[in-house]
Write a protein that binds this ligand. Sequence first.
Ligand code: SAM
Length: 272
Amino acid sequence: MVATPIGNLADFSDRGREVLAGADCIAAEDTRHSGKLLAHFGIRRPLLSYHDHSGEGAREKLLQMLRDGASVALISDAGTPLISDPGYALVKAAREEGIEVLPIPGPSALTAALSVSGLPTDRFLFAGFLPAAQAGRRKRIEELKDESATWILYESSHRILDCVDDLIAILGSERRIFIARELTKQFESHFPGALEQAAAWLRADANHLKGEFVLILAGRESNPGEDERLPEALRIVALLQNDLPLPKAASIAAKITGLRKNEVYRAAVRTT
Ligand code: SAM
């Protein structure tokens, strides 16, 4: 399992390149994409396409090569294989047969972002990509809401705003977040702060919405500023909204929870 750069080609380890150059075969998630990386480093080895969903046939072919004593290197488009990338089914099958699997460690957006987030790193939960559809995404955020460890998401530019808005709706506007954008690349940028400010930062500059993102959320315990009342207020608004106009519903919910009317109203607008 060979890690490849997540942006900056200088991050490719000598060992990673040596192992690829010496492999009998390189299995890649996308042979065209990886072909360019290998060409850049002058590595010319037989390249096969492999994805966990590419079926038994492709996996069996690689396993047979391994049984025959060949060395097979697996790479993904970027970063560490198996981290939101193909490889799990192959490694599982190889292990079940007693075939040795070695890691050639290197970049991963997960560890790169976490290491500079300023959020607790002693315990963390990697939650990968949230579901694309809003209902599924919100359900997953609800499940993560009370997690006390730091938790980490991957997100694409298409959904970053919707995702942050849903995080605010469920976690409240004060939960701490660290956004790592375009790590190791020319336009790398970072946002540390409260969720509400993160949404404003994303909206403030169209460039902030481009590229690849890692989102790191403070766990519940390590977020003393978090206001538990906003999600409660939003639940009240949702109940009242059938019978009352939104401003009135927000006003009543604000009175019940002791929050400012504006804060409840703005959060309610974002979530409806
Ligand atoms: N296996 C990769 C790794 O080890 O990080 C992750 C592959 S996953 C398909 C791609 C996602 O990883 C992107 O949508 C983004 O969330 C994150 N990612 C990858 N490269 C990144 C970068 N340079 N900066 C920020 N996030 C990145």
